[in-house]
Design a protein around this ligand. Structure first.
Ligand code: AMP
Ligand code: GLY
Length: 421
């Protein structure tokens, strides 16, 4: 089979790596890809927003299946676009990608189907929001109803900071926001729960916990993700059955009641309190860096699973996992998530070990004349698997030290909740 993967992050390199092991693969392209995908696939320089060019390439290269990594093209309707042209594509259609694209769409489903989530209100302007904020209990969560890549969410401790958040959102800091969401603050521990779905049936696709804050001890600015580990130690059979029965199944029912089906990965961002799950948000794709930490645990053939989703016979598949502890640390450019320098060479890459327990997935990298350059904020994902999270973390830190890259930083405390118990 000839495959094209859309995207250029660590998630897409991990997807490409796993798919490269499939005997069903004949040729793989990454659009646009990064230095890592360039080693196992052919990178094609097309912007992922340019659906027309993507289609022209898919046609000319005779591609059998397109796999979409990031949310933006999904929310903008790439699946509908390619579907109409009879291109096979793995990912949810625009109508259901609203689960990530519009927080209000998801909240309305939660209300109608009694899915446990934070209480919320929606407001159309600053005045309405301010009036409401006068009488609420702090802390409170304020969100822009836009696709803001993990940003656009404020946890506010007092009236002043909540008013400032409101002003920033309505002034367009995260793009045009017609609505604001004010949410009850949920206490507990966060967990990411994944499923893969063919529109008729679904299967669990493992769990992870990520670290979104830039600083050690989970402090500082929010980022795309500084590291993750899998599986989540919060999961147990009782919790999993609550997640499926109270959250996943009602959501898929809601989708079928609007006459749609959900095909693709679905990522439920959950807050777990006293072994009860609450939905924080949905993402209509794999997480990044959760994908990088989950996929090395997958024993089954990923391409086979994806093909069976497109053929609507996922039910027949048995998804197998290695019983190991996987941890991922993201090496970032100094300055991230604020401004950072680009096009800095990463030397010593050949000092790094990659084997059946140690993986390096590229994110913001490019190869120019056989040299690797950092071109993004999140640069390399180091993943290790072993029988203990601490061993996985130690293996990674040893590797990062061997790289001795002066222009980057990483969090050495990824997994602290499961390691420092
Ligand atoms: P979101 O983009 O909705 O996932 O929010 C980003 C992050 O903000 C989440 O991963 C949580 O850490 C935090 N968050 C969002 N909503 C809430 C809430 N209602 N209560 C507590 N924390 C929240
Ligand atoms: N790691 C968070 C996300 O992918 O949205």
């Amino acid at each position: 089979m000839k495959i094209a993967i859309l995207g250029s992050g660590g998630r897409e390199h991990a997807l490409a790596f796993q798919i490269s092991k499939s005997p069903k693969l004949k040729k793989m392209y990454c659009i646009p890809g990064n230095a890592g995908t360039g080693i196992i696939a052919e990178n094609v320089k097309i912007e992922i927003d340019d659906f027309k060019k993507i289609y022209e390439f898919v046609e000319s290269a005779d591609i059998d299946l397109v796999i979409v990594g990031p949310e933006k093209p999904l929310v903008n309707g790439i699946v509908n676009f390619l579907d109409k042209k009879n291109v096979k594509v793995f990912g949810p259609k625009q109508e259901v990608a609203q689960l990530e694209g519009s927080k209000i769409f998801t909240k309305q489903i939660c209300e109608k189907y009694k899915i446990p989530t934070a209480k919320f209100g929606t407001f159309k302007n600053k005045e309405e929001t301010f009036k409401f904020l006068q009488n609420v209990k702090m802390p409170i969560v304020i969100k822009a109803d836009v696709l803001a890549a993990g940003k656009g969410v404020y946890i506010c401790k007092d009236l002043e900071s909540s008013k400032n958040a409101t002003i920033e959102i309505f002034n367009g800091k995260f793009g045009k926001a017609d609505h604001i969401l004010v949410e009850e603050f949920l206490e507990g521990e966060e967990m990411s729960y994944f499923i893969i779905s063919d529109g008729k049936s679904f299967k669990s696709f493992n769990t992870a916990q990520d670290h979104k804050r830039v600083g050690e001890g989970d402090v500082g600015k929010n980022t795309g993700g500084m590291g993750a580990y899998s599986p989540s130690s919060l999961l147990n059979p009782e919790l999993e059955s609550k997640i499926i029965n109270r959250i996943i199944k009602p959501t898929l029912n809601a989708i079928s009641e609007i006459g749609e089906t959900y095909v693709g990965f679905l990522y439920a961002g959950l807050m777990i309190k006293h072994n009860d799950p609450y939905l924080i948000e949905y993402n209509v794709r794999m997480g990044d860096p959760e994908c990088q930490t989950i996929l090395p645990l997958l024993k089954s053939d990923l391409l086979d699973l994806i093909i069976s989703c497109c053929e609507k016979n996922l039910e027949k598949q048995n998804i197998e996992w290695y019983e190991k502890k996987s941890l991922c640390i993201v090496l970032c450019s100094n300055g991230y998530p604020e401004s950072y320098k680009k096009n800095i060479e990463i030397q010593n890459f050949n000092n790094l070990k990659q084997d059946k327990n140690n993986f390096i997935f590229h994110a913001g990298t490019e190869i120019i004349s056989d040299k690797i350059y950092a071109t993004g904020g999140r640069v390399l994902n180091f993943v290790s698997t072993s029988d203990e999270f601490i061993k996985s973390r130690n293996q990674i830190i040893e590797q990062i030290k061997k790289l001795s890259w002066k222009n980057g930083f990483y969090r050495s405390d990824i997994g602290h909740k499961v390691i420092n118990k």
